[in-house]
Ligand binder design. Sequence first.
Ligand code: GTP
Ligand code: MG
Length: 196
Amino acid sequence: PLYQKAEYLKSVPTLDLCPEEIVYEVAFAGRSNAGKSSALNVITSQKSLARTSKTPGRTQLINFFPVDETRALVDLPGYGFAKVNINTKRAWEAGLSEYVEKREQLKGLILLMDCRIPPTEIDLQMLDWTAEIGLPVHVLLTKADKLKKGPAKAQLMQLKKMLKAEYPHASAQLFSSLKKDGLDQVWQQLDTWMEY
Ligand code: GTP
Ligand code: MG
């Protein structure tokens, strides 16, 4: 309900242009097409707050969606999109790591991964960067509606085992934007990070 108030504020290409008035923010990261924008829309109960697309690489800027005067949700550019050239790709990755590592307002990272696709190199890199700076991560295994309950749970268990062993700063859950499954758990995580 709190997150229903989210409104689009602006999109910026780099850290130095991020809004200063925000005190608490939570960013949504993940490979292109993982379902970041869809998740944001469901979490805020809005149909088209964040743009979703069948074309990967749609979200190319850091997009700010304040919920109130001091709190914001942030949609980050999807990474790992093969169809952009290597320099563009490197620039994105540099911008992304700078934001994640230096943005003081950032209290937590929601990392989205398609439940059918194993973590990519950049997913693991995100987990490494955040571990280094002690930024907590909550992984959403997205598109859970694409798997049957048993296999979905097995994916979650496998991921949790890996996180426990290698990335204890990260937690995980199943999520489906399509079915709106897992919403309460995400809201709870956001509330904690935003100090609601
Ligand atoms: P970029 O902005 O390119 O980084 O992508 P994104 O991570 O924001 O993905 P987006 O939310 O645009 O979703 C990509 C595609 O996956 C769209 O076709 C969505 O409709 C679909 N999708 C997203 N979430 C779900 C889900 O929970 N279930 C199913 N079945 N499809 C989903
Ligand atoms: Mg997007």
